[in-house]
Design a binder for this molecule. Structure first.
Ligand code: PRP
Ligand code: URA
Length: 208
């Protein structure tokens, strides 16, 4: 499996608060932003660097800067927006592309309703962000879209994943590493993650 769980006390703490049904949208948004910064730290570990030198107030210092164009962060609307905010805090010069996908309540298949990606995506690594990896249909579709647009590499960053969803993404996109906070038990009859945290978009924006 390509799934890598980011196991850290702060991640466990914040994920537990996010799962709690009593957590209200404002706290949910704050926590999702904070946990996305922590997950993003791990998910960006492979970014290429170039050597450089700078002058400190004391003398010259060798250092490294991110090489080439910065990544494009691609939130899957709506819930991915909450994670993109956190990633932008650690990658402030990243571009942001948007993909709108809504899961059909009967078939659970994603239906695309919006797409806006940067024109120079061929020069960028895409980090697709969506808190919930349930059946995997939305993530696999979003990855296909950024690959089709020419992104030079793709990483998937989620919060909670079901084994079913990880399998689907693994089968369709074996080259894409998946990072997340937790791999849960599975899906219920409505294709919701168990125990999961419910409907992430609704909890973020108070549309329950
Ligand atoms: C949720 C979630 C993912 C998708 C995951 O979005 O944010 O995009 O479902 O399910 P899957 O792995 O089975 O495809 P939803 O379609 O509910 O839209 P929303 O974010 O606008 O609420
Ligand atoms: N979408 C969500 O927001 N939560 C789930 O558990 C599954 C799909």
């Amino acid at each position: 499996m390509q799934f890598q769980a980011i196991d850290h006390p702060l991640v466990r703490h914040k994920l537990t608060l996010l799962r709690d049904e009593g957590t209200q949208p404002k706290d949910f948004r704050d926590l999702l932003l904070e946990i996305s910064m922590l997950l993003g730290y791990a998910a960006t570990q492979g970014l290429p660097l170039r050597s450089t030198s700078v002058q400190t107030p004391v003398g010259p210092a060798e250092g490294q800067l991110l090489a080439g164009r910065q990544p494009v962060i691609v939130p899957v609307l709506r819930a991915g927006l909450g994670m993109a905010e956190g990633l932008l805090r650690i990658l402030p010069a990243a571009a942001v592309g948007h993909i709108g996908l809504a899961r059909d309540p009967q078939t659970h298949q994603p239906v695309e309703y919006y797409r806006k990606l940067p024109a120079d995506i061929r020069e960028r690594h895409a980090i697709v962000v969506d808190p919930m990896l349930a059946t995997g249909g939305s993530a696999a579709a979003a990855i296909s879209i950024v690959k089709g647009a020419g992104a030079c590499g793709v990483t998937l960053l989620c919060l909670v994943a079901a084994p079913e969803g990880v399998r689907v993404v693994d089968e369709q996109h074996p080259d894409v590493p998946i990072f997340g906070a937790a791999l849960d038990e599975g899906l219920n009859d409505h294709a919701y993650i168990v125990p999961g945290l419910g409907d992430a978009g609704d909890r973020l924006y108070g549309t329950l």
